[in-house]
Design a binder for this molecule. Structure first.
Ligand code: BES
Ligand code: MN
Ligand code: ZN
Length: 494
């Protein structure tokens, strides 16, 4: 990760290789830098038709004193619309543009107070988070010469606010680490990250980080009667794993269970996915990755909340041993499920681990995250997660946390009428309903396994993975869910 420092100097006083500045649409560009440099900057932006939209950047050379300086300007959009999301996007886009210059150090100006980002704390948090997260790249499989030389160091020129901005460094770093951990896990190819190597990686990562890790293998999962999860895994040469992580502070205010779908590759099983749908399915463990990233960050910040992470790790493949349409699975809860589509595997994995989490952890709150349905992407698009749950207070809390964290989340209803679609004549239920409202029937299916525990289900199928670099994200895993979970947990701790 790029090293970040905070300095009481102004941005032009720093002797960095380039400067990153922010601009609102209403802001006159010439005032962003003093004197001649400001005029040159304004001219260059006008010539290039730069309109300071969120996520847009432009690089300009200006004269500052005797030297030429390379300046990157990142758009912040309209002042009154400035929120954590806009700041994240602008800072991350600025960082990505700065990295492409292949220089060593960058000075960064503090964006002006505006919109919902008037107070210094939220403004500096969002800036630092965006910068750190924007410094991410997944380059371990590029041969040496192709690797982008990382920006070694950035210095935030915070002037009189330096001390206050410095206070935001630790929480911003914790979040960025959690997001990057989740991204690394999602970006790792399924040939490298399978259920067994994934579990080993979780163990290794949390060694000496104050987080307890238990990993259950096949024979234990059999004893625990996780028949649904085990059947999804049956088609793979690599056996299933369930990992249970615990961050346990001295005097916890609440106990929260985070439950994640960890399908390391979803080929669909015998309802095999086709070209156009299968290519990105290494991302189908993004729910579990978000859980792991959030537990990492919560432990890093020593939040006064007992946080459990439970992840179900399987591969959904085809073979002579794979489960088939028509099979009847026996879940840990005792309920039987008739399979009418082997590609609706995530809910089967979650059925067993939700039941495990609910009955053994007895949490105050349980939240699951999953790349669960394509229908959710149809409903809300590629940037926004769906939030399901019947507890209105809890749902409002989570949506407020998402807003603070700069993530797009939107509530969808648990329409109980549709449960009829999940009835089976020969088992307690089936695993899929009709095409219409597919993310709702998926959520209704999960609801059967949560008992009385206050519960939320986050379908992150849209934002978990970005197929190409755009204004908001680089290509690949995004870490979706981690910022919201951390904001939610910090909210309990506060
Ligand atoms: N992992 C997929 C959902 C998914 C789709 C995630 C696109 C990310 C991007 C899930 O296991 C799946 O295949 N769902 C099916 C459910 C259907 C068979 C009821 C789907 O959405 O098509
Ligand atoms: Mn599937
Ligand atoms: Zn899946």
């Amino acid at each position: 990760m790029t090293k970040v420092q905070v300095s009481p100097q102004g941005v032009l006083d720093l002797r960095t290789d380039l400067d990153l500045l922010f601009l609102h649409q209403e802001q006159p560009a010439r005032k962003v830098l003093p004197g001649k440099a400001g005029r040159q900057l304004a001219d260059a932006l006008a010539r290039r038709g730069f309109e300071a939209e969120v996520g847009k950047t432009v690089a300009v050379e200006v004269d500052a004193g005797s030297a030429r300086r390379l300046v990157i300007v990142a758009g912040l959009g309209k002042k009154e619309k400035t929120d954590a999301r806009a700041l994240h996007a602008a800072a991350a886009a600025g960082m990505r543009a700065a990295r492409k210059c292949k220089l060593g150090t960058a000075g960064v100006a503090l964006p002006a107070a505006a919109g919902g980002m008037r107070d210094l704390e939220s403004r500096s948090r969002a800036l630092l988070e965006g910068l750190l997260i924007g410094s991410y790249s997944f380059d371990r499989y590029l041969s040496r010469g192709d690797q982008a030389p990382p920006l070694r160091r950035i210095v935030v020129a915070a002037g009189q606010h330096a001390a206050a901005v410095k206070k935001s460094l630790a929480p911003a770093m914790a979040l960025a680490e959690g997001v990057m951990l989740a991204r690394d896990l999602v970006n790792e190819p399924a040939g490298v990250l399978d259920p067994v190597s994934y579990a080993a990686r979780i163990r290794r990562h949390f060694r000496s980080r104050g987080v307890q890790v238990r990993v259950f293998g096949r024979s234990q999962l059999e004893k625990m009667k996780m028949g649904a999860l085990l059947q999804v895994a049956a088609g793979s040469e690599v056996p299933a794993r369930v990992a249970h992580l615990v961050w346990r502070p001295a005097r916890p205010k609440k106990r929260v269970a985070l439950v994640g779908k960890g399908v390391t590759f979803d080929a669909g099983g015998y309802n095999l996915k086709t070209t156009g749908h299968i290519e990105t399915m290494k991302c189908d463990m993004a729910g579990s990755a978000a859980v792991i990233g959030a537990v990492h960050a919560a432990a890093r910040l020593k939040l006064p909340v007992e946080v459990h992470g439970v992840v179900g790790l399987v591969e959904n493949l085809v073979s002579g041993k794979a489960y088939k349409p028509g099979d009847i699975l026996h879940t840990r809860s005792g309920k039987t499920i008739e399979i009418n589509n082997t590609d609706a595997e995530g809910r089967l994995v979650l059925a067993d681990i939700l039941d495990y989490a609910q009955t053994t952890i007895k949490p105050d709150v349980m939240i699951d995250l999953a790349t669960l349905t394509g229908a959710c992407v149809v409903a809300l698009g590629e940037r926004c997660s769906a939030v399901f749950g019947s507890d209105e207070v809890l749902r409002k809390d989570l949506l407020a946390a998402a807003q603070r964290a700069g993530e797009l989340m939107w509530p969808l209803p648990l329409i109980e009428d549709y449960f009829e679609q999940l009835r089976s004549p020969i088992a307690d239920c089936r695993n899929t309903g009709s095409r219409w409202g597919g993310s709702i029937t998926a959520a209704l299916f999960l609801e059967q396994f949560v008992g009385q525990t206050p519960w939320l289900h986050l379908d992150i199928a849209g934002p978990a993975f970005s197929e190409k670099e755009d204004a908001f994200w680089g290509e690949g895993g995004t870490g979706a869910g981690v910022p919201t979970l951390l904001a939610f947990l910090a909210g309990i701790g506060a």
